[in-house]
Design a protein around this ligand. Structure first.
Ligand code: HEC
Length: 143
């Protein structure tokens, strides 16, 4: 009996890496997920990226501290050029962990939001994107 349990566990650990990323690509098919993402976005992100995801008015410029301004996440910027894995990392770890000597304002939310919540926010962002950008990014995320 014990042997069988161990075997089951072993099998699980052997195959689990295959499933580690199976939540990508993140689609915008689930209304429930998008609604959850919207609430979390409004609570955590809207203060900088704006309630309508439009970012700062002149987002390509810099703020008074010399840092980049919050870009739009609604598909008018370049967010859709990032794969789901990259977007997830940017939101989870912030750019500080990803870009050397980063001093900007995009901090990580890994201590506030769990992976599933981050993915719901990504689904919500995608609900704003035009079909062409959405399809492009889905293909990108499958790789
Ligand atoms: C304190 C302000 C602030 C908050 C809050 C904030 N961001 Fe950002 N975010 C920024 C700034 C500024 C940038 C641009 C980063 C840079 O280039 O330094 C950015 C960049 C990003 C990017 C990369 C965009 C791209 O087109 O490459 C994503 C994705 C993003 N933020 C998502 C989020 C999400 C999701 C949340 C909420 C969970 C959030 N941000 C909360 C300021 C913020």
């Amino acid at each position: 009996m014990r042997f069988i349990i161990n075997l089951t566990l072993l099998t699980f650990f052997l195959i689990s890496p295959l499933y580690a990323n199976n939540h990508y690509p993140i689609t915008r098919d689930s209304k429930v997920k998008i609604m959850e993402g919207k609430t979390l976005y409004n609570e955590n992100c809207a203060s900088c990226h704006q309630i309508n995801l439009a970012g700062a008015p002149n987002w390509q410029g810099y703020d008074e501290d010399g840092h980049r301004l919050p870009p739009p996440l609604d598909g008018t910027g370049h967010t859709w050029h990032h794969s789901d894995e990259q977007l997830h990392s940017i939101i989870k770890y912030g750019l500080a962990k990803l870009v050397k000597n980063y001093e900007g304002k995009m901090i990580g939310f890994g201590e506030i939001l769990n992976d599933r919540q981050i993915d719901s926010i990504i689904a919500y962002l995608k609900s704003y994107w035009g079909d062409d950008k959405y399809e492009f990014q889905i293909k990108l995320s499958k790789k």
